[in-house]
Ligand binder design. Structure first.
Ligand code: GLP
Length: 240
């Protein structure tokens, strides 16, 4: 794993440039996308680059990591809504080629097919990840199998608490989610992880210095051949 430390503006621009490079080399590439606060500036940079004609998403396909069970894609806290609002509505992408797991209806059937759909599209060329304060990636909570494909997870108490800041009340936070598994994520050819703030410091320490264990889901990234961890000084503070 490589590590890059810098402020959010700096690392977000570097990550966006990595995406732009991949897309410009392979215009019909497959992007693995994440939600959360962490990738917001990366997406803002991609929108800007698209508007300035430095990159086109015309032939790009995307697959998102996860979705809350129980929320329709039109719900303002659903990850489909997040992606439309923060990226897809502002770039020249064909929405038919954007994939987000379903949180309602026959979400299990779609989840079961998801890894096949990714493979049929050619596999993920570049995957962006955030990280949970408990070391989760996507919604793979401590204890998730390193061999997991897309599946249902029960959210950890700490995750529900962390994510409640975006809901009116903690009781509104869904307790389950569908998520790409750790194996699905490891299949990506290139991975970039972004972490900012003190709340992520322990998770980043465990990722970079700790043992590889299913109790720390992100630690599986230690085995990836092309993974770069981008963090700010606060997230990196326990490593030094
Ligand atoms: C959620 C998402 C994760 C994300 C994490 C961190 O739990 N499922 O994919 O990495 O939140 O979010 P944030 O970037 O807002 O700290």
């Amino acid at each position: 794993m490589k590590v890059v430390v810098g402020n959010n503006d700096y690392i977000s621009e570097l990550i966006a440039n990595e995406f732009i490079k991949v897309i410009n080399v392979k215009p019909n590439c497959v992007l693995g996308l994440a939600t959360g606060t962490s990738p917001l500036k990366v997406y803002a940079n991609l929108i800007k680059a698209n508007k300035e004609g430095r990159v086109s998403f015309k032939d790009v396909s995307t697959f998102n990591l996860d979705e809350y069970i129980g929320l329709e894609g039109t719900h303002v806290q659903s990850y489909r809504y997040f992606m439309n609002d923060n990226l897809f509505n502002h770039i020249d992408i064909d929405k038919e080629r954007t994939h987000v797991l379903k949180g309602t209806g026959d979400y299990l059937a779609y989840a079961k097919e998801y890894d096949n759909l990714i493979a049929q599209a050619g596999g993920i060329d570049i995957q962006i990840l955030g990280i949970g304060s408990d070391g989760h990636i996507a919604f793979n909570e401590p204890g998730a199998s390193f061999d997991s494909l897309t599946h249902v997870e029960t959210l950890a108490e700490s995750t529900i608490k962390d994510n409640s800041r975006l809901f009116n009340d903690i009781s509104e936070v869904p307790t389950k989610a569908v998520t790409m598994g750790l194996k699905s994520i490891m299949n990506a050819r290139k991975i970039v992880l972004i972490a900012t703030g003190k709340n992520k410091a322990q998770a980043i320490y465990n990722l970079l210095k700790g043992p590889k264990t299913e109790q720390v889901p992100c630690s599986i990234l230690q085995d990836h051949k092309d993974c770069t961890i981008y963090c700010d000084e606060e997230a990196y503070s326990l490593v030094k």
